[in-house]
Design a protein around this ligand. Structure first.
Ligand SMILES: Nc1nc2c(ncn2[C@@H]2O[C@H](COP(=O)(O)OP(=O)(O)OP(=O)(O)O)[C@@H](O)[C@H]2O)c(=O)[nH]1
Length: 341
């Protein structure tokens, strides 16, 4: 029997974890047992903790690098571990700078081709920022190419964060996505809410369905399912550009909080302007942070230039993961330390 696999792709902060959480919750409602694999660029597992906290599921994690290149050799073992749990489906959240092609070809390796089938590759697009990506990241050709590959390889493109933009912008994004992918269904989503009944068809074994259609914007096409995956073997080239477990010019820095005696309370506004101060070089920040010594730990998410705050039950020491392009790590750490002086 082939276990269906859903790949979740899309740039940093586009809404992959939000979608994964919904997929898990919907699976639980349907009595399905999913196996989850999360890949994070950073060495700390912010998203895995969010998922475990909200859904109670165990998540298989690959941290500190990208599963499509520097962590690629670990993918088979992770998949085998997941298969041992006999899941009804496997959901894999890729990093924001991963090329889904590489994972699709890994599923065709002899160890998996009779055990796994690609059910969907969903690429999330951050509607508020997607139109500027090519010019904003023009210094990093490989990143721009990867973002294009994320569109090209999807069979479902979810233009997410559509609450933050006008319908005119959505139309422009649809055109841009269509230019790279003629066949994918294109949906417009808020908080990654996509049409679950369609997505879940053919995961539940007793419900065979010949084809799947997506609730879509006018002009979108049906989702192709179980589409043939062509092996692509340029990951060696991809991996050779790696340094410090990061993709091209994208790297991560984990910031920790000072000890009690050096801790000075931090306001939300100060932390938000710390993020803003880096301009486009800081693409994403997320972590479980402490604003004062006796207050609660909070989850902070900086993505696409916006900061969101949520409650957190994270039991460990606070930290913040920063992901950026050409990040000056020394300066970042210096400015971080200065926040507490
Ligand atoms: N306004 C708005 N915010 C959203 C939407 N979808 C997700 N977010 C927020 O955007 C932030 C990033 O969402 P995630 O789901 O963590 O994005 P991601 O793609 O998993 O991020 P990485 O794994 O770091 O690449 C979070 O604060 C979400 O709550 C949306 O449709 N509208």
């Amino acid at each position: 029997m082939h276990t269906p696999v859903i790949l979740l792709s899309g740039f940093l902060g586009s809404g992959k974890t939000t979608l994964l959480l919904s997929l898990i919750e919907e699976s639980q409602r349907r009595g399905l047992r999913p196996g989850i694999l999360m890949n994070e660029l950073g060495e700390r597992d912010v998203d895995g903790h969010i998922l475990e906290e909200h859904s109670g599921v165990q998540v298989q994690k690959l941290l500190d690098g990208c599963v499509c290149c520097s962590r690629k050799s670990e993918l088979p073992d992770s998949l085998l571990l997941l298969l041992k749990q006999r899941p009804d489906a496997i959901y894999i959240e890729l990093t924001g700078v991963a090329d889904p092609d590489e994972i699709q070809s890994a599923l065709l390796e002899p160890a998996f081709k009779d055990r796994l089938r690609l059910h969907h590759t969903i690429t999330l697009v951050d509607a508020e920022n997607a139109l500027e990506f090519a010019s904003r990241f023009s210094a990093d050709k490989q990143l721009v190419r990867t973002l294009r590959k994320q569109l090209e390889t999807a069979d479902l493109i979810a233009v997410n964060k559509s609450d933050l933009v006008s319908s005119d912008t959505l139309s422009k994004i649809e055109k841009m996505a269509r230019k790279h992918n003629e066949a994918a269904a294109i949906l417009f989503t808020t908080f990654s809410k996509i049409d679950f009944p369609d997505l879940f068809r053919r995961i539940a074994p007793p419900e065979p369905m010949p084809s799947i259609s997506a609730e879509s914007h006018p002009g979108t096409k049906a989702i192709r399912t179980d589409h043939p995956v062509q092996p692509v073997h340029d990951h060696a080239k991809h991996a050779s550009t790696q340094s410090n477990g990061s993709f091209s010019n994208v790297s991560t820095v984990t910031l920790t909080f000072p000890p009690k005696e050096h801790f000075r309370p931090l306001s939300k506004e100060r932390l938000e302007s710390f993020f803003q101060g880096w301009g486009d070089t800081l693409m994403r920040a997320k972590g479980h942070v402490a604003l004062d010594l006796d207050g609660p730990i909070r989850l902070v998410q900086y993505a696409g230039g916006r900061t969101a705050w949520e409650e957190s039950r994270y039991p460990g020491s606070p930290y913040l993961v920063c992901i950026g392009m050409n990040l000056d790590k020394t300066l970042l750490k210096e400015k971080w330390n200065a926040l507490f002086q």
